[in-house]
Design a protein. Structure first.
Length: 266
């Protein structure tokens, strides 16, 4: 049913409006029709699985509208510079590598984008200035310009390590202690505690450590402790009136059901 509607009712409608759909790059009418047909097929399949009714006119209208906005079956976003949507919005533009530019190549005639982006030197014998700058970089002076923690991260990454390894070398491995210490803290309270530890460490001219964060937590009283009486009363009122979201409640209920079924079987 879907295939018959797609071929005999949706595609003719798309052919009648294909000239109003902007083409990007090498796209032509036939390619737009094929892509819009695929988008329409996906719409019909999704609507049928969801149990929604649809007509050929509605499907063709929304498929053509998606194509007109720059959405394609292979990509519907607008962030990729190669996408039709990004180019239709005017945020990007594709040019041929053989297109002439204002750059005069070898002093005779205008060059192309290929000449501009080609390796440095007409015969590609000369090295790239960026590569030369990297080779001539004074690494000792470069590392000395960064903090000790940043130097450790740079050296670990240069050696082929990961940020996780760099964090361990910097002493950021007391996550278990921190997670236990902030068990009753909300997200805003954790942020405030970290800012407090950051200021304390900055006053001493160093980076914050896990010890600083724990000490800042001891100086802060979380809302869960200030309002423990009200919270306990609210939990007592909700017990039996609302379904618990914790996994242990579900497992306990399943265990009770299992025992009930076992007793009925016996």
């Amino acid at each position: 049913m879907i295939g018959n509607m797609l071929l005999k009712q949706v595609m003719p409608r798309l052919r009648s409006v294909v000239r109003t759909i902007p083409k990007i790059g090498c796209e032509d009418d036939e390619e737009i029709i094929q892509d819009a047909t695929l988008v329409a097929a996906k719409m019909m399949d999704s609507a049928e699985k969801a149990g929604h009714a649809f007509t050929a006119g509605n499907v063709a209208y929304y498929a053509a509208k998606a194509a007109r906005c720059g959405r394609r079956s292979y990509y519907q976003g607008r962030c990729d510079a190669m996408s039709a949507g990004c180019q239709i919005d005017g945020n990007a533009r594709l040019e041929s590598m053989d297109a002439e530019t204002e750059y005069v190549y070898d002093g005779y005639e205008p060059g192309t984008l290929h000449d501009v982006l080609s390796p440095f030197g007409s015969e590609a014998h000369e090295s790239d200035p960026a590569e030369e700058a990297g080779r001539n970089l004074d690494w000792k002076q470069f590392l000395a310009a960064h903090s000790p923690r940043h130097r450790v991260v740079i050296l670990v990454l240069v050696e082929g390590g990961t940020m996780r390894e760099a964090g361990k070398r910097c002493g950021l491995k007391d996550t278990v202690v921190l997670s236990r210490a902030c068990g009753q803290f909300t997200g805003a309270e954790i942020e405030a505690v970290f800012i407090d530890a950051l200021h304390e460490a900055y006053a001493d001219g160093r980076e914050p450590k896990a010890k600083d964060i724990v000490e800042a937590m001891t100086r802060c009283v979380p809302l869960a402790q200030l309002m423990d009486g009200e919270i306990a009363a609210l939990r007592h009122w909700a017990k039996g009136r609302a379904r618990e979201a914790a996994s242990h409640a579900v497992s306990a209920s399943a265990a009770r059901n299992g025992r009930r079924i076992a007793s009925m079987a016996n």
